[in-house]
Write a protein that binds this ligand. Sequence first.
Ligand code: ADP
Ligand code: MG
Length: 265
Amino acid sequence: MSRDKNRIITIANQKGGVGKTTTAINLATALAAIGESVLIIDLDPQGNASTGLGIQRRDRRFSSYDLMMGTHTIDTIVHPTVVPNLSIIPSTMDLLGLEMEISRQSDRVFRLKKALGTPEALAYSYILVDCPPSFNLLTMNAMAAAHSVLVPLQCEFFALEGLSQLLETVDQIRQSVNPQLDIQGIVLTMFDSRNNLAQQVVSDVRTHLGEKVYHTLIPRNVRVSEAPSYGKPAILYDLKCAGSQAYLQLASEVIQRERQRKAAA
Ligand code: ADP
Ligand code: MG
């Protein structure tokens, strides 16, 4: 079966609080709004993507843990969300123990890849994997399963330092378990135009990484941070706010790059 019938994008950064989950939820919502069929896989034991999409803990019978253990398939775990065309495989605290449980097994890095290699996964044109804030076995699984990595980067002083570590890790994954792994793009988050340092970070990141950096800047926006407490993506909570508009713009950049990539292939 061809792996190129859908696009599996891992959203990763080993730092917490940089906007991974917010990007997963809102980019997924924007892609779904454009008509794509989208699946989020919540791979963070904290389960913020699941909560942010209104999936209560008590309703999460099975999770990405069961998917990776191979005891359940996508169709038996998946939840619909408040967004048409957007579904989620939620996470549960079981994920915390997964690393220990599979650490001695030879296929430990390929659990997610195997689970996403089924015909069920082809029902989705985009699969976005929301990673925990570390380079653990969960993140390794996400990188091994993905076509590409999308990196949210917060506009702050240490951003570039963390980014070079991340890019090294992607290189290592490419050399060891997933030769085709691409950088989908780097998205600058929580940008505050009144902050000179943030402006400097944007210009440094663009100088170092050029075309890989999306033109869209995600602004710091209070509506974006309020939305998860209502169990909704910002795009549903307040479509007109600057943060929602930025995520819609990001989705159109992602789609445009996909078209270019396919045309070049
Ligand atoms: P991560 O998944 O990388 O840990 P989150 O997406 O959970 O990061 O974001 C961390 C915090 O910052 C959350 O409270 C979130 O609501 C808030 N946040 C994320 N993006 C924005 C934004 N553009 N404007 C304001 N707050 C944001
Ligand atoms: Mg998160």
